[in-house]
Design a protein around this ligand. Structure first.
Ligand code: AMP
Length: 303
């Protein structure tokens, strides 16, 4: 399929009903040609696919705030550790394209690994200290992979605005830092986390959870709500809050805590006393599935 632009007729084959103008491209060369024709400003939503409502909210906001919208679907191998789920990561490009079409997406970039990382590729974007805390400490090299692929995508897509979910709070902070440090000419827009009715943050990885795990996974959100409640009731000692979150999570037999953090929302340094804006975040394994979630405690209210 390399090098082709998928036209309307072919999109019918992947189950899209209303075909208008969405273009799907796999190569940088095709992307460049089509990008030039898109009216600006261009909003861009980078994703790893297997789209859910959390992704679609980003697309909708990009659509509302820009003349054109581009979405990338790329499961980026360099942000996965050797023992992580790169191979098993869920993929369903046909369904993704149908969903994006419905949202009125103008352009979808679905590169192959070789397109993004040609043989011999060996230049990387490192976002220093911020990228080594929290997720970066548990997943060494993760943010190097994220920053590098996002820098590559920004360079190819040339967006005016790029949309990222608050669900991956540290990713957002790392990308903002990269954009500022490297003087990239675009605006980074944060979009609030979309949750299931019981509070579980939507994630492509939720599909790994079996029935019992799915039930217990709600404990992440319950722990975040507990942190907010304790803080609102006057508890400012971060360690007391961490401890209470820990014991709540440990009540779920399938839950295994990777980290629980209450950190400064800009520097990501752990706090002794909670001082807004503070990022309360965690990674917890439910069975074999590693889930992350967070809230920002800001002067008594959350986002
Ligand atoms: P991913 O496909 O997991 O790399 O996510 C692509 C983008 O969607 C990232 O900016 C994520 O933060 C964002 N995202 C994923 N899940 C959610 C969610 N539940 N709410 C808001 N944004 C999300």
């Amino acid at each position: 399929m390399g090098g082709r632009v998928w036209e309307a007729k072919e999109l019918f084959k992947v189950g899209v009903e209303r075909i208008i103008f969405m273009k799907v491209v796999e190569t940088a060369t095709e992307l460049k040609k089509l990008r030039e024709k898109l009216p600006g400003p261009l909003g861009f939503v980078p994703t790893m696919g297997y789209l859910h409502e959390g992704h679609l909210v980003l697309v909708r906001q990009a659509k509302a705030e820009n003349a054109s919208v581009a979405v990338s679907i790329f499961v980026n191998p360099t942000q996965f550790g050797p023992k992580e789920d790169f191979k098993q990561y869920p993929r369903d490009p046909e369904r993704d394209l149908a969903l994006l079409k419905k949202e009125g997406t103008d352009l979808v970039f679905m590169p192959t690994v070789e397109e993004m990382y040609p043989p011999g590729f060996n230049s990387w974007v490192e976002v220093g200290r911020l990228g080594r805390r929290l997720e970066g400490a548990s997943r060494p090299g993760h943010f190097r992979g994220v920053a590098t692929v996002v820098a590559r995508l920004f360079d190819l897509v040339k967006p005016d605005r790029a949309y990222f979910g608050q669900k991956d709070a540290q990713q957002l902070i790392v990308i903002r830092k990269m954009v500022a440090d490297l003087g990239m000419n675009l605006e980074v827009v944060a979009v609030p986390t979309v949750r299931e009715p019981d509070g579980l943050a939507m994630s492509s990885r939720n599909t790994y959870l079996n029935h019992e795990e799915r039930k217990q996974a709600v404990v992440l959100y319950q722990a975040l709500t507990l942190a907010q409640r304790l803080y609102s009731d006057g508890e400012k000692d971060a360690e007391v809050i961490r401890r209470k979150m820990t014991s709540l999570i440990q009540k779920q037999p399938l839950a295994d805590i990777d980290y629980i953090s209450i950190a400064d929302a800009e520097t990501l340094e752990e706090l002794d006393m909670v001082k807004p804006p503070a990022l309360v975040s965690m990674a917890v394994r439910i069975g074999k599935t590693r889930l992350i979630d967070n809230i920002v405690v800001a002067g008594g209210c959350t986002s």
